[in-house]
Ligand binder design. Structure first.
Ligand code: 1HE
Length: 259
């Protein structure tokens, strides 16, 4: 692979965006490689982490490539991003992103398709599409808007401003902020924890929870009952519940307890 690297660490797949000279800008070939490594991760991992090599997580769309496209090619290109990012968001595995430096445009869209985002103190977030004369095409209208809310996204896009990691946490763009250089380690640790959950529970969390948000409250509660019952009657749930009752596994820790 030219733009990405891949490693399986225990049960956790690590995808590194590895085009640092172009700030990990996302070209068509880059998207195809991402699709390939997601397939590989689906076959052998229980959780995954996406991170960036070099000084930034990702500078978004490869602008040099974009200027050469017709309008129709642009639509297909955007739909392909949706397809591949959709395999992250609504795929088989829980995905964590480790963010540092620029997380902008399509880079923020990629991060928004992961389930848990960890930023280090150097991370900054922006949607500079308005300044470039384009519009988001990698899912931000849906995913990023749901994270931060329409008003904040409109502000980011109209003004072109960047927000820092602490603001991103307040705005619900990221769930963790850690010290400079520690995002990858933290994301791998969190992914390792998710990998130790029952596979069906993880699948329900990433597949059912977002779908239920799109339903009426009444429908959502109805669907929840079926998923809860299905999960609870799997042999794995049975074994895990017994292990707890027989005091073979740990209790829920207090927030300040280190694992
Ligand atoms: C790029 C790109 C890119 C850098 N496409 N080549 N994204 C943007 O509008 C962000 C544009 N990039 C930047 O604002 C800055 O590059 C960064 C803040 C991300 C990083 O700054 P810095 O000083 O570390 O790097 P640099 O010197 O600006 O860039 C290094 C090289 O990467 C340089 O190429 P070089 O040949 O002159 O060395 C840059 O041209 C190149 N580079 N970013 C192509 N994005 C599906 S729709 C999604 C829509 C979007 O994502 S719009 C947002 C696009």
């Amino acid at each position: 692979m030219k733009y990405l690297d891949y490693e399986l660490r225990g049960d956790v797949a690590l995808i590194g965006l590895n085009r640092p000279d172009k700030r990990n800008a996302i070209s068509d070939a880059f998207i195809e490689e991402l699709d390939t490594v997601i397939t590989r991760a689906n076959g052998e991992a229980k959780a995954g982490v996406i991170y960036g090599h070099g000084p930034h997580f990702c500078a978004g769309l490869d602008l040099a490539e974009h200027v050469q496209k017709t309008a129709f090619e642009g639509v297909h290109g955007s739909r392909r991003w949706h397809e591949v990012f959709g395999r992250i968001e609504r795929g088989k595995l829980p995905w964590f992103s480790a963010l540092h430096g620029a997380v902008v445009g399509g880079g923020l869209e990629l991060a928004s398709s992961t389930h848990v985002r960890v930023a280090d103190a150097t991370a900054f977030f922006a949607l500079p599409e308005g300044q470039r004369g384009i519009y988001v095409g990698g899912g931000a209208s849906v995913r990023t808007a749901r994270l931060m809310g329409q008003a904040r996204m409109t502000d980011l896009m109209l003004t072109g401003r960047s927000v820092d990691a602490d603001t991103a946490e307040r705005w619900n763009i990221v769930q963790y902020v850690v010290l400079e250089g520690e995002a990858l380690e933290k994301a791998v640790e969190l992914a390792g924890r998710a990998a130790s959950n029952a596979e069906f529970s993880n699948y329900a969390i990433i597949q059912a929870l977002p779908r239920i948000q799109d339903m009426s409250a009444d429908d959502g509660l109805f669907v929840e009952s079926f998923i809860a019952s299905f999960a609870a009657t799997t042999p794995e749930a049975e074994a895990r519940l017994q292990a707890f009752l027989q005091k073979k596994v740990g209790k829920v820790g207090r927030p300040d307890e280190k694992k």
